[in-house]
Design a protein around this ligand. Structure first.
Ligand code: A3P
Length: 344
C-alpha cells in the first residue's frame, strides 16, 4: 500500500458509504485517506504529494473550510481587504476562482471531460499553457502576491507552512445549514449530480461519506489550533449577525487596517445580495448551462442560494432534527463551538 509524504494511505470507503457515493452520478466516487478518514475525490491520489509540498508564504492568507460554510463570502472579503480596500481595483471583475485559487479543485473536476468552465476560459486566453497536470495547482503557485488561497483540505494533508508561515482563516457554520447547502450544491452542479433524496443526503453527511468531510473531524482539527497566532476562526452565524465587528476583527488579524468608511462599503459590496448580482464570478453566464442545472438554479437558487443562518429550522423534519442532534451530541468536540453557532 502506498503511503503519501504526509504519512497517509488510501483506502476504499466501506461498502455502505461506497453505495452512497453511487448516488452522485456525476463523479466516480471517493477514496478515504487514513488516518482521518478524509473523503477525497479519487483523483486526489495523483496529487496528494504535490498538495503536501505546496509551500505557503508569508503574506499568503489561506481560507480553509468544510465546503458550504461561507468560503466564497470570506474569500471575497479577504481578497478585498488585501487588494481592493477602495473598491477601485480593476482585477476585481476577474472570477473569484482566478483571484483566490483553490489548490485542490483539479481533483474535484478531473473526471469532467472538459474540466469545467474556467478551464475553457483559460484555454481561450492562454492557449499555450500546459494544463495536463493541475491547472489550478499551477495557478495557485503563480498567483500574484499577496495570495488569497482557498482550500477544503485538512491541515494534516497540507504543508506545515500553511500555519507556520502564512495566516489561516477558518470558517465554521452550523452543520445543519452546511448539509442543506451542500445538498443543493451537489444537485445543482453536474460534476457531482446527486440523484438521491434529501433524506439520503442527510444520512450520507452524518456518516461522513460526502466529499471533503467528515464534518466534525474537519472542524475539530482547526478548533484544536484556535490559539495559534496565525489562526483566526470565524463563525458564519456571527458574520451574518455582527458583520462589522467580525470583519473588523478579521482586518486586525490580517493587519489590513481597513478604515471605518472603507469597511461600510466593503460590507455592502460583499453582502449576499451584491455578490449574487455578480454571480458570474463563480460560473460565467455563457458557460453555466454546461456546468449546472439551470432549471434548478432558477427554481431554488444558483450558487448564491439563500445566504441565511438557521434555515435548517424550517427545512429539516423533526426526525432529521433529532438525528442531527444526536450526532452533534456525540461528535462535537467542544460545547463552545455550538454555543458560538447558536448564540451569535
Ligand atoms: P446557502 O446555500 O445556505 O445559501 P461556500 O462558499 O463555502 O460554498 O458556501 C456557500 C454558502 O454561503 C451558500 O449558502 C451561499 O449562499 C452562502 N453565501 C455566499 N455568499 C454569501 C454572502 N455574501 N453572504 C452570506 N452568505 C453567502
Amino acid at each position: 500500500m502506498s503511503t503519501t509524504k504526509s504519512g497517509h494511505t488510501f483506502e476504499e470507503q466501506c461498502h455502505r458509504n461506497a453505495e452512497i457515493q453511487k448516488l452522485f452520478i456525476g463523479h466516480p466516487g471517493a477514496l478515504e485517506i487514513h488516518p482521518g478518514k478524509w473523503v477525497q475525490a479519487r483523483a486526489y491520489k495523483e496529487y496528494a504529494d504535490e498538495y503536501y509540498n505546496f509551500q505557503f508564504e508569508e503574506n499568503d492568507v489561506v481560507v480553509s473550510t468544510m465546503p458550504k460554510s461561507g468560503t466564497t463570502w470570506t474569500l471575497e472579503v479577504v481578497w478585498t481587504f488585501k487588494n481592493n480596500p477602495n473598491l477601485d481595483n480593476p482585477m476585481a471583475i476577474q472570477p473569484l476562482n482566478m483571484r483566490t485559487p483553490i489548490i485542490e479543485i483539479d481533483t474535484l473536476i478531473a473526471h469532467i471531460p472538459s474540466r469545467g468552465t474556467f478551464k475553457v476560459m483559460f484555454d481561450k486566453q492562454f492557449p499555450d499553457f500546459d494544463q495536463s497536470h493541475g491547472l489550478f495547482l499551477q495557478l495557485a503557485g503563480m498567483s500574484p502576491r499577496p495570495r488569497t488561497i482557498k482550500t477544503h483540505l485538512p491541515f494534516q494533508l497540507l504543508s506545515s507552512t500553511a500555519l507556520d508561515t502564512a495566516k489561516v482563516v477558518y470558517v465554521i457554520r452550523d452543520p445543519r445549514d452546511v448539509c442543506i447547502s451542500y445538498h443543493h450544491h451537489a444537485k445543482l452542479f453536474f460534476y457531482e449530480n446527486f440523484q438521491g433524496t434529501f433524506d439520503q443526503y442527510v444520512d450520507a453527511f452524518l456518516a461522513g461519506a460526502v466529499w471533503l468531510g467528515p464534518y466534525w473531524e474537519h472542524v475539530a482539527q482547526a478548533w484544536k489550533l484556535r490559539d495559534h497566532p496565525n489562526m483566526h476562526i470565524m463563525f458564519y452565524e456571527k458574520m451574518k449577525n455582527n458583520t462589522k465587528e467580525e470583519f473588523m476583527r478579521l482586518s486586525t488579524f490580517l493587519g489590513t487596517n481597513i478604515t471605518d468608511e472603507q469597511m461600510e462599503k466593503i460590507i455592502h459590496y460583499s453582502s449576499f445580495a451584491e455578490m449574487k448580482k455578480r454571480d458570474n464570478h463563480i460560473v460565467g453566464a455563457s458557460d453555466a448551462p454546461d456546468f449546472m442545472d439551470m432549471a434548478m438554479a432558477q427554481k431554488s437558487g444558483g450558487f448564491f442560494r439563500q445566504g441565511t443562518a438557521g434555515g435548517w429550522k424550517k427545512t429539516l423534519t423533526q426526525e432529521q432534527k433529532n438525528k442531527f442532534q444526536a450526532w452533534i451530541d456525540e461528535n462535537c468536540p467542544d460545547k463552545e463551538i455550538m454555543d458560538n453557532i447558536l448564540n451569535p
